[in-house]
Design a protein around this ligand. Structure first.
Ligand code: PLP
Length: 372
């Protein structure tokens, strides 16, 4: 009998929750533009605003603070390119949608644990042209390392700087409190929390404004022109409701993650887990074994029906050094690093299947002496 595939790449994208699929299908069966004033339009607007409220509740922000976008990438671009700041500082481990939005941004270094260097941030801000904007992610997509955003905000405030936080990977995995974090702008994306691909949101603190990237139509309080992706937004809202009720369950994934790391450590003589000394998301492990190239491991696991990724999803398919690991001073490991990311569908059996497949592949590649 053919075995079910094992999906351990939730940081790339999550399986869509059945409840979100139903909400999207129901929306697609209706007609109505949320900007129309007739009854069909008003019903569509209600779907839009209900979804906005559900997401607002998950991120602990007022609904009026949310602007729906086409995803996390657009939210990051809107935050960074729509700013009037004279200088932008971004951490060295940001997602490419932050890095490439402002190619001339100054880089805030991170330590070998992947955590942003707060003294360096303070020094850079002291010299930066004002007003400045700082962008530091809440959790890293490759390593799962969680950044000390409250401290980043405190330092930024001392220098009169604004703070943007990419919370795309943190949302749904740990509690994310926009108001409590004290940031000015925050990006989120539906497909990392059991919603559909192609929808996200930028959250703005009261009084903070951005220049729209999309003009025309005046939707989303004139922050983002264009008819909203209503089915996608409906799916996002439902996924947000589900995520709010599943945070404890999500935290428990750390048990699987820890077992996976412990067993991999026992099975191999030379395992490195990146960011292990820092606070991390409960679902993510990024690790490498000497002599076991990710180029060999990832396709070999794929042949066994097990999906993990080499570095970040955006760079898989072309083998290149991970800038995140480079920034952590772990560049030499880049060719061996793999990311295993669990999620709402993950079960003990998935970890068992991964470990036994991994052992077979490692024995083939390293010989029996490489695997204990
Ligand atoms: N930011 C982070 C940290 C991500 O991991 C991703 C996607 O992998 C994005 C932003 C981009 O989000 P989207 O795929 O919705 O454009």
């Amino acid at each position: 009998m053919k075995k079910m595939p094992v999906y351990l790449d939730h940081n790339a994208t999550t399986p869509v929750r059945p409840e979100a699929i139903r909400a999207m299908a129901a929306t697609m069966e209706r007609v109505g533009n949320p900007s129309s004033v007739h009854g069909f339009g008003r019903a569509a607007r209600r779907i839009l605003e209900d979804a906005r409220d559900a997401l607002a509740a998950l991120v602990e922000a007022p609904g009026s603070a949310l602007t729906f976008t086409s995803g996390g990438t657009e939210a990051n671009n809107l935050a960074l390119r729509g700013t009037d700041a004279r200088s932008v500082l971004v951490s060295a481990v940001e997602h490419p949608s932050v890095m490439e939005a402002i190619p001339k941004a100054q880089i805030i270094p991170v330590g070998s644990d992947g955590v942003v260097d707060l003294d360096a941030l303070d020094g850079l801000l002291a010299d930066a042209p004002k007003p400045a904007l700082v962008s530091v992610m809440l959790a890293n997509n490759e390593t799962g390392v969680i950044q000390p955003i409250a401290e980043v905000v405190e330092i930024a405030r001392r220098h009169g700087a604004r703070v943007h936080c990419d919370a795309v990977q943190a949302l749904g995995k740990i509690a994310v409190d926009f108001t409590g974090l004290g940031v000015d702008m925050m990006s989120v994306s539906a497909h990392k929390i059991g919603g559909p691909q192609g929808v996200g949101a930028l959250i703005l603190r009261d009084g903070v404004s951005v220049q729209p990237l999309m003009r025309g139509g005046g939707q989303e309080r004139r922050r983002r022109g264009g008819t909203e992706n209503l089915p996608g937004v409906a799916g996002f809202g439902t996924a947000a409701e589900m995520a709010a009720g599943a945070l404890v369950e999500y935290g428990a994934l750390a048990t699987h993650r820890d077992r996976l790391e412990r067993d991999l450590g026992r099975l191999t003589n030379d395992l490195t887990v990146f960011g292990v000394a820092a606070p991390r998301l409960p679902n993510t492990t990024c690790c490498a074994v000497a002599g076991l190239a990710s180029e060999i491991l990832v396709p070999a696991l794929d042949l066994e029906g097990i999906a993990i990724s080499a570095g970040s999803a955006c760079s898989s398919g072309k083998v290149q050094a991970s800038p995140v690991l480079e920034a952590m001073g772990q560049g030499p490991w880049a060719g061996n690093a793999v990311r295993i990311s669990l999620g709402w569908t993950s079960r003990t059996e998935d970890v068992d299947r991964f470990l036994s497949a991994w052992t077979r592949i490692a024995e083939r590649a390293l010989g029996r002496e490489g695997v204990s």
